[in-house]
Design a protein around this ligand. Structure first.
Ligand SMILES: [Zn+2]
Ligand SMILES: [Zn+2]
Length: 368
């Protein structure tokens, strides 16, 4: 099959910036050296541009997991231009298709089934899905956002100002324009490019699938460090409306922390979270599926399957009972009703649930 034509702007952009980052940046460092200011600007702009993609382009605009004050949307629009990953409108359109048709080689713009290279960068190098490049039907809601449309319209001047003007200005203030252009401009751009591209490539290849195996998305704590918290991609693909990707407090998810901080300052509202019961049920179902697969190989499989299903149903019932009571307790608290009895009930159900979880863990582990 003949390959679609190359998109030369992208080919040159990625090739030239990459070569510059691996040749020019170290050469300048060895010859003239970099100071604290350049390293500091590199880190600050890497976070500013990366987080504009994850908290802005991704969790705000693509998935609408919260609402943001115009000042934050404005900053995300500038940071997104700095990240040089196309306009928020275009990016979100691609990304919504990715979720809708995940892993479908004909429809998913960066289908992981096409391999690492394609999902990482290859999809942007040729006109693979040219027919829909200017089709923004699936982002009609975003067309009402004046900041999104402003950024889309002035994307070219914005990216030039952010990627050349800003580092040059910082360099001028610090007394070395070239050093700042190379570190906070070039190296930062290439590093953030590939770190965010990892979400489409590695986060669909490397890691675990605790919530679903219906798509290739993986949870990976190591990858989260390089992707501003987007490494919990298996969770994200099943619960895409959740403003969090790493749901536990110890999960490294700076995007979530930024949104939390914004909410605390009154700059983000209506943060959406998945009910804990649904998260636990998805996880449980996945564990059942995996264990069933192993049990079916056993000689006494009928008996073992029966036991497994009985324990599963029991645990499921306890999960639903506990969360039901928990909800009632919250309602009572909201209405300021006396809730001593309910409190005791919830505590009892919680202990029961812990015990059943333990049983389930032992049982599934015995078939591992
Ligand atoms: Zn997404
Ligand atoms: Zn994905």
């Amino acid at each position: 099959m003949k390959k679609p034509p190359l998109i030369w702007t992208n080919v040159l952009l990625f090739a030239v910036t990459f070569l510059g980052a691996i040749i020019l940046v170290p050469w300048y460092g060895i010859t003239y050296g970099y100071g604290f200011a350049e390293w500091f600007a590199f880190i600050v702009l890497a976070f500013a541009s990366g987080l504009s993609i994850t908290a802005g382009y991704h969790r705000l605009w693509s998935h609408r997991t919260y609402k943001a004050h115009w000042s934050m949307r404005f900053l995300f629009a500038l940071g997104g231009a700095l990240a040089l990953q196309n306009s928020a409108l275009h990016w979100s359109s691609d990304h919504r298709i990715h979720h809708k048709h995940v892993d479908d080689n004909d429809k998913d713009p960066y289908s992981a089934n096409m391999g690492f290279w394609y999902s990482h960068i290859g999809w942007m190098l040729r006109e693979y899905q040219a027919q829909r490049y200017h089709d923004y039907k699936n982002v009609r809601d975003l067309q009402n956002d004046k900041i999104v449309m402003w950024q889309h319209k002035y994307y070219l001047p914005l990216l030039l100002i952010m990627n050349f003007g800003l580092p040059a200005l910082l360099g001028w203030l610090n007394g070395d324009v070239w050093a700042m252009l190379l570190m906070a401009g070039l190296l930062r751009l290439v590093v953030v490019h590939h770190c965010t591209f990892f979400i489409n490539s590695l986060a669909h290849i490397w890691g675990s699938q605790p919530y679903t195996d219906k798509n290739t998305a993986r949870d990976n704590g190591i990858l989260a460090v390089f992707t501003y918290g987007e490494g919990y991609h298996n969770f994200h693909h099943i619960f895409e409306n959740d403003y969090r990707n790493g749901i536990n407090w110890w999960h490294y998810d700076p995007t979530k922390w930024l949104i939390n901080t914004m909410a605390w300052m009154g700059l983000a509202t209506q943060l959406r979270v998945t009910p804990q019961e649904r998260i636990e049920s998805a996880k449980l179902q996945m564990q059942l599926k995996r264990t069933r697969g192993r049990v079916e190989q056993l000689a006494n499989r009928e008996e073992a399957l029966e036991k497994l299903h009985a324990e599963y149903e029991l645990l499921k019932r306890h999960i639903s009972e506990y969360y039901q009571a928990h909800k009632e307790l919250l309602d009572a608290k909201r209405k300021q009703l006396s809730n001593q009895q309910l409190l005791q009930k919830v505590e009892q159900l919680k202990q029961d649930l812990i015990a059943h979880k333990k049983n389930w863990k032992l049982l599934t582990a015995s078939y591992a």
